[in-house]
Ligand binder design. Structure first.
Ligand code: GUN
Length: 292
C-alpha cells in the first residue's frame, strides 16, 4: 500500500510559516493585502473564493473580496482590476476563473499588474516560469503546491526520473510540466489525443493527473513504486450515501492506484488544500517584495 501524502497537514505547515512571517512584516509596517474577485454565482467558485478570503484573514492579511453580479461588463471588471493595481494596500489580486462568457478572461488576466499576479497567469509570469526565472516569477498555486508535496517524497532534484503530466491546461498541466523540468525531471505532457495513454503512464516515476475526469487513471496505468499526484477534484453522485448525495473523487481510481504506487495524494485532503496555502505564500512574497 502506497504512502499517503497528506496535503491538509502540509498546507497547515505552510500556512503556519506564512502567518509567522506575515506577523514580522506587519510589525515592520507592511500588512500583506489580498483582493479576491468573483463574478457571477457559480457555486463551486463561491466556495473556493470564500475559503481564500477566510484563509487570508487567518494569516493576518488585509483580505478584500469583491463579489460582482453576473451581468458585470468587461469594462467594469477591467476598471476594478486597474483600481486594485493602483491600491498600495493590495499586494495580490486573484480573479476567480471561469468568468462569465461575455468577459474575455485573457483580457482580464493581462490587466492584472504582473507584480500583483499571485495566480501566476500573466504572460510575464508564464514567461519567467518558462525561462526558469523562478526567483522573480509568481508560480501558479496548484502546481506549486503539487511540487511541494512531491519534494516531500522525492526531494528537490528529480534527475533521472520520468514524469508524465496528464492534462495540458494553462492553470495546471503546462506550469506543472515546466516546474518538473526545472527540477531536472524528464517530462512528457499527455492529453486526450495521446496514443496509448496507459502505456505512457506506466513509464512514469512521477505521474501527475490533471484532466478533470473522475477516476480516469486506473491502477494498471501506474508503474510499481511511482509517486502519483492527483490534481483532480470531481463531484460525483453517491446514492449509497442517500438520495441526492455526492462525494469528491480525483482523476485517479484511488484504491487501485494506491495498491501499486509508492506514494499517492488523496482526494479530498491532497493537492486541494495546498492551492490555498500557496496563494497565501505568493501574497506574502509579493508584500515582501513591495516592502523592499
Ligand atoms: N479556478 C480554478 N482554479 C483557479 C485558480 O487557481 N485561480 C483562479 N483565479 N481561478 C481558478
Amino acid at each position: 500500500m502506497a504512502d499517503l501524502i497528506d496535503g491538509k497537514a502540509l498546507a497547515a505547515e505552510v500556512t503556519g510559516k506564512v502567518s509567522q512571517h506575515a506577523a514580522d512584516l506587519i510589525a515592520s509596517g507592511t500588512t500583506p493585502g489580498l483582493a479576491v474577485v468573483i463574478v457571477g454565482e457559480d457555486p463551486a467558485s463561491q466556495v473556493y473564493v470564500a475559503s481564500k478570503s477566510k484563509r487570508a484573514k487567518e494569516c493576518g492579511f488585509h483580505s478584500v473580496q469583491h463579489t460582482l453580479a453576473e451581468e458585470t461588463s468587461e469594462d467594469e471588471l477591467v476598471a476594478l482590476v486597474e483600481a486594485l493595481n493602483a491600491d498600495p494596500a493590495i499586494h495580490g489580486i486573484l480573479v476567480q476563473l471561469p468568468l462569465p462568457g461575455h468577459i474575455d478572461s485573457g483580457t482580464i488576466i493581462q490587466t492584472i499588474a504582473p507584480e500583483k499576479d499571485v495566480d501566476g497567469f500573466h504572460f510575464i509570469n508564464v514567461g519567467k516560469l518558462g525561462t526558469g526565472e523562478l526567483d522573480t516569477a509568481f508560480v501558479p498555486c496548484t502546481p506549486a503546491g503539487a511540487m511541494l508535496m512531491l519534494e516531500r517524497v522525492r526531494g528537490r532534484d528529480l534527475s533521472g526520473l520520468n514524469a508524465v503530466v496528464v492534462g495540458r491546461s494553462n492553470i495546471v498541466g503546462k506550469p506543472m510540466a515546466n516546474l518538473l523540468l526545472a527540477a531536472n525531471a524528464t517530462v512528457t505532457i499527455a492529453h486526450s489525443r495521446t496514443a496509448d495513454l496507459p502505456a505512457l503512464a506506466r513509464t512514469a516515476d512521477i505521474l501527475v493527473a490533471a484532466v478533470g475526469r473522475p477516476e480516469m487513471i486506473k491502477g494498471d496505468w501506474v508503474k510499481p513504486g511511482a509517486t502519483v499526484i492527483d490534481v483532480g477534484i470531481n463531484r460525483v453522485p453517491a446514492p449509497e450515501r442517500g438520495e441526492g448525495k455526492s462525494r469528491l473523487v480525483g482523476d485517479v481510481a484511488f484504491d487501485e492506484a494506491a495498491a501499486i504506487a509508492g506514494a499517492i495524494t488523496p482526494v479530498p485532503g491532497g493537492v486541494g488544500p495546498m492551492t490555498i496555502a500557496m496563494l497565501m505564500a505568493n501574497t506574502l512574497v509579493s508584500a515582501c517584495r513591495a516592502a523592499g
